[in-house]
Design a protein around this ligand. Sequence first.
Ligand SMILES: Cc1cc2nc3c(=O)[nH]c(=O)nc-3n(C[C@H](O)[C@H](O)[C@H](O)COP(=O)(O)O)c2cc1C
Length: 373
Amino acid sequence: MSTPKYPLLDPIRLGDIDLPNRIIMASMTRARTDNPDFIPNVLQAQYYAQRASAGLILTEGTWPNRDGVGFVNVPGLYTQAQADGWRRVTDAVHQAGGRIFVQLGHIGSSSHPDLLDGALPYAPSPVNPGLKAYTTAGFKDTVTPQAMDLSDIARTVDDYARAAHLAQSAGFDGVELHGISTYLIPTFLYEGLNQRTDDYGGTPDNRARFALEIIDALVNSWAPGRVGIKLSPGLTGVGKFIATAETLATFEHLIGQLSKRHLAYLQLMNPINDLTGTGVEILGQDVARHFRPLYSGTLIANGGYTFETGNALVRDGFADAVAFGAPFISNPDLVERYGNGLTISPSNRDTYYGGGAEGYVDYPSATELDGIR
Ligand SMILES: Cc1cc2nc3c(=O)[nH]c(=O)nc-3n(C[C@H](O)[C@H](O)[C@H](O)COP(=O)(O)O)c2cc1C
């Protein structure tokens, strides 16, 4: 058999579902949920349906419970009204021929009391992450969070399971666990932020326990082939999120354990900065190369890829698919553009977050552009 020219255009079976191509739309918070109950709206249904030719759409990060909220105008999936709002989105995407997973993420100590009716955010330990939280009054410094006790941990795991149940009832094809950036899960993985001395801290397997308990709860709530996870092992130098050799050992342990669970996929996001001189320099810019030998299931690479570099990574066997973020903002028909060698339109960063239709659902497809010219 000859090697296909563009492996990203090949179909793939991802857990329990079939994808027509390996060009995945990465999760992107766009902050268009303009109501106090965190219910996705009609505009969001239109936005995702426009991007239905992606092999798989991953929604914006979505709150699995009320105390996981940490940003304005971002939707949740912990009430029936939210699930009903999401049903509009999944119906629109399916009618347009697409597939969609919801990304579930508790933000942890990156939130602020202003977003939590005055309550302190949750974290493994009372360590201020040293970040800025985006509140209704603009950016504010993060605070010292409250340490989760064992019942808080158990309740949070249950909340994820419940959100997965709601996702299923809302018509999603699966769920992705948000394990990147400065959210709650990474807070457990970095030893500078997790100072626990119980079963959830102190060693790589203890620090990975919370993430694995959530994964197992999602799997039990639905099925392994309906659950994916996104991690960013190259994240370092952001507030108190400083990665060391110990952090790397934690990620290696976690990914080894995930490999045993036959999930839909593991998605690995590349670092956002140069790792030279950091504790995780060994990861380089393509983290999938480091972790591929540890993970036997479907691996999705993400972060800074073009159609050419993404195809090369898959061809070289370091990933099975590639998730694209920013290119999907301004190219709703990204798959068609890549497949036909068409021009990729640049996106306007000023309209990434918040606002309405502008910079959200008004980017034309290449065919529409031709009509405009
Ligand atoms: C506007 C914007 C919002 C984002 N929001 C999320 C998010 O909610 N969840 C997430 O996992 N990643 C989020 N990301 C990161 C993207 O999913 C992706 O990992 C990143 O953009 C790198 O991929 P790219 O180089 O193809 O854009 C966001 C990125 C952008 C540009």
